[in-house]
Design a protein around this ligand. Structure first.
Ligand code: G3I
Length: 393
């Protein structure tokens, strides 16, 4: 653990201690500082899994600082890219499990809740899939891919993003390659195959902008359709690619409640909070959007150095508000996964505009905890520090 991190965390504990002294105004306090300095996973152990998407350098453990943060702070992992169809089956019938095997082995070594991302997604498909036009052939490809991949990691991958981003913003089914060739039922088919290949793994529908009322209604229809056919679905993954100002806590909360009422768990699967201005209409995380005309435009890339304190405070406040809401509904939420370990590794440095400097996560480019980390930790730190409260007269 780096000295800065230790100093910062001790400082947070001290701050809290002083803050609570002010709050409780007791004459004398016997205060127990936790033996083991808490981490995110330690602090939220009784609430939900907390983790990150990891990249290939972290999977093969060549990113020492990243591995240090991952091992200390997180108890769940997601592969950012290496288990997508184009990497696992780049050529029809030829599988490449090198990175996926290393990812799963790392998760086992660190005793993590291991997530598989993602079985069926219209993006990052290998070229051969785009030539599959016949429904029987498409069904055969989906069956072969899911059976081969899920059965290989049976009992080792604890949850799968079975289908990713199948809905349009209005809640209708996206006219993806799968939907066009196989029809709407491809969603049911994918979940059915995954459940047959590993009956124990938790099966999740994952998408962005699931705070939107119209898209929420689309998810409710999708989950109810699966349930009506007796097809296993265990969770809804709200990706949570959000900004400093949106979406509202109310919209997020309404979706948490709506999904929970279906009898499934809520997973926040790809949490990050962009601190940069977005070009107009850049919604959610639809990766097909790109804005080359803004490349190099300083107004769209205002924080090329460190994030100014004022924006650090906005980010810290936003994360604190989000985690307060998560804790309020911790009975409905199984997991909160950040989409990346630290700012330097975030996909948001290159989307929707390439070559920007974003600051969306809890750890900075030196893998040091930011103000946002302290504010998130402070929400649970009080549970860690016990006081002998002097009853007021
Ligand atoms: O692997 C190649 C490498 O060989 C090449 O040198 C390099 C430069 O062109 O590109 C590398 O591929 C990139 C890949 O990430 C791995 O780094 C692709 O160009 C790039 O498009 C891809 O971006 C990923 C994006 O999904 C596109 O699929 C992001 O890293 C990843 O964070 C992002 O994650 C998605 C989730 O899977 C689903 N939800 C939305 C989320 C954000 O788009």
């Amino acid at each position: 653990m780096t000295n800065t991190f230790k100093a910062l965390t001790l400082f947070s504990v001290l701050l809290l201690f002083l803050h609570s002294c002010k709050e409780t105004k007791p004459d004398k306090l016997v205060e127990e500082v936790p033996k083991e300095l808490p981490s995110l996973k330690g602090s939220f152990a009784n609430s939900f899994y907390i983790g990150a998407a990891i990249n290939e350098h972290q999977i093969i453990e060549t990113d020492d600082k990243g591995i240090e943060v991952i091992d200390r702070e997180f108890n769940t992992l997601t592969p950012e890219n290496n288990m997508k169809w184009m990497y696992l089956q780049p050529v029809a019938g030829t599988f490449d499990f090198e990175f996926a095997d290393k990812y799963v082995a790392l998760g086992e070594k660190m005793d993590m809740f291991v997530v598989g991302h993602t079985l069926v997604w219209h993006s990052q498909l290998p070229d051969f899939m785009h030539s599959v036009k016949d429904s029987a052939a498409m069904a055969a490809q989906i069956k072969n891919h899911i059976n081969t991949v899920v059965s290989r990691y049976k009992g080792k991958i604890h949850a799968w993003d079975v289908v990713n981003e199948a809905l349009n913003e209005d809640g209708s089914l996206r006219a993806s390659l799968f939907q066009q060739v196989l029809g709407d039922e491809y969603v049911e088919y994918a979940f059915q195959l995954a459940a047959e290949a590993d009956p124990e793994a938790e099966l999740i529908y994952n998408d962005y902008n699931l705070w939107k009322p119209e898209k929420r209604a689309g998810v409710v229809r999708l989950v109810k359709r699966l349930q009506a056919k007796g097809i296993k679905i265990d969770g809804v993954g709200m990706q949570a690619h959000w900004s400093l100002v949106g979406p509202t806590l109310e919209d997020i909360e309404n979706s948490i409640i709506a999904y929970s009422e279906l009898g499934v768990k809520v997973h926040f699967t790809e949490l990050d909070v962009t601190a940069l201005p977005n070009p107009w209409d850049a919604e959610g995380a639809e990766v097909s959007q790109n804005y080359e005309e803004y490349e190099g435009d300083e107004t769209m890339d205002p924080y090329r150095g460190d994030l100014p304190d004022s924006v650090q405070m906005q980010l810290a406040k936003r994360y604190q508000e989000l985690f307060k809401l998560f804790l309020k509904h911790e009975d409905k939420i199984d997991r909160v996964t950040f989409w990346g370990v630290n700012d330097g590794g975030s996909w948001l440095n290159g989307w929707p505009i390439k070559g920007r400097t974003n600051h969306p996560l809890l750890f900075d480019r030196d893998f040091e905890p930011k103000k946002a980390y302290s504010e998130v930790m402070a929400l649970k730190m009080k549970d860690k520090v016990t006081y002998n409260k002097i009853p007021s007269e």
